[in-house]
Design a protein around this ligand. Structure first.
Ligand code: SR1
Ligand code: MG
Length: 399
């Protein structure tokens, strides 16, 4: 019989005392539920000085932001913990440390990152972390290379593909990214003023063909163990530090999906900045976002090439020139997936604070229109955007 029960603050304290790895667990005395994401409970557990020391995270058997009418697998806690444990092996400096997890309770205990802040909130406030984009590129290169066929023994790779089969969470992505925005659906969420922009998406057969191809790749290209939801709200930053959290969408999929999601969220911030800073002051911050994208991709591609040269184990994949050929395909995928993230965050169920918190309604609508138009063009012409400089030129063109 399942041992699952929903934790309250006292349960979280007791659990952190038992599994938090502290020398004197009795100093953990209090917990507060602070989860503000779409899915889970998150408790901060405090010591006698009122300092947060440990995080206890529990999956609920339904989608938190919708309610019990949308049941959701508890197995996502295992998938999240195991994805983060795998990623920590290869990028320990950029992955939250999982101290313990229990698949029956759907609970994990992890390091407290209270000295860090969520990158999305910092981007909205125009607080700049000079190393963050490069660190994200490094995290993606290390995790994606080391979980791919370039590095893993074929038997290990296939066993891991099976271990990380994640059908329910993938289905959420399959629906929210690739279906809902291109049809009339009750989950969609956009202002009535944008009806004609959204209807144009539904009527655009060239766009829908390109989206079908991206979805097909998401279904079937088991290239590496993805984070699966690496947006700026799944990333903690501090001076000189970046840590990925929240990997419950982890599965073996196309590398371009993680890179495209990350770039897409930098572009969503780009679109929203005038609504927070005013058009004139947003210009410099926007230029910085474009530099961030440039740094993210160059760091990823540079590190991936180095790892491929030094550590590829497969005889065929180590042939000179193959890694660069493969990266061209990853890049094209990334541009397309980036476009789908821009559109689904503007039209679909789940939005981003970068645009949604803009107070002025007209400005908010303009920013949404901008994100939709940019997303559309990136999806359709992804195969013609053959470098990050070309991508940046296109973004400027559609500003
Ligand atoms: C029902 S879950 C909606 C979104 O929240 C998560 O953070 C993922 O981005 C997902 O698409
Ligand atoms: Mg999340």
């Amino acid at each position: 019989m399942s041992q699952y029960r929903t934790f309250n603050a006292q349960d979280a304290v007791a659990y952190a005392q038992q599994f938090g790895g502290l020398e004197t667990p009795s100093e953990l005395v209090e917990a507060q539920e602070v989860g503000d994401g779409n899915l889970n409970l998150v408790f901060k557990v405090f010591d006698t000085q009122g300092i947060s020391r440990i995080i206890v995270k529990q999956a609920l058997p339904y989608v938190r932001c919708v309610g019990e009418s949308w049941p959701l697998t508890l197995d996502r806690a295992r998938l999240e913990a195991q994805t983060l444990v795998e990623h920590y092996k290869y990028a320990p400096q950029h992955t939250v440390n999982i101290l313990h997890y229990d698949p029956d309770l759907a609970v994990m205990v992890m390091e407290d990152l209270s000295d860090h802040r969520i990158w999305r909130s910092e981007l909205i406030k125009n607080r700049y972390y000079p190393q963050a984009a490069r660190q994200l590129g490094e995290y993606l290169a290390q995790t994606l290379f080391h979980t791919s066929d370039f590095y893993l023994h074929p038997h290990v790779k296939k066993a891991q593909v099976a271990q990380f089969i994640n059908p329910e969470m993938c289905e959420i992505t399959e629906d929210l990214f690739f279906n809902d925005p291109y049809q009339v659906h009750e989950r969609n969420n956009y202002p009535a003023a944008l009806e004609s922009d959204v209807d144009a998406l539904r009527q655009d057969s060239q766009l829908k063909l390109a989206v079908a191809s991206l979805k097909h790749s998401f279904f079937s290209h088991a290239e590496a163990l993805l984070h699966g939801d690496i947006h700026s709200g799944s990333i903690f930053v501090a001076e000189g530090s970046l840590k990925a959290i929240d990997a419950e969408f982890g599965y073996f999929g196309p590398m371009g999906f993680d890179i495209g999601t990350a770039m897409g969220n930098l572009l969503l911030n780009y679109c929203g900045l005038p609504g927070h800073l005013g058009i004139r002051d947003a210009a410099a911050a926007r230029e910085q976002r474009l530099i961030d994208i440039q740094e993210l991709w160059s760091t990823f591609a540079g590190r991936f090439q180095t790892l491929a040269r030094e550590k590829t184990r497969d005889a065929a994949l180590s042939v000179p020139g193959y890694a660069s050929e493969f990266l061209k395909k990853v890049w094209t995928d990334a541009v397309g997936f980036c476009g789908t993230e821009l559109i689904r965050r503007s039209v679909g169920l789940s939005h981003v604070a970068d645009i949604d918190t803009i107070a002025d309604e007209e400005m908010r609508h303009e920013c949404l229109r901008h994100a939709i138009a940019l997303g559309k063009v990136l999806i359709v012409i992804a195969s013609r955007i053959d470098s990050v400089d070309e991508l940046i030129a296109r973004v400027r063109q559609y500003s």
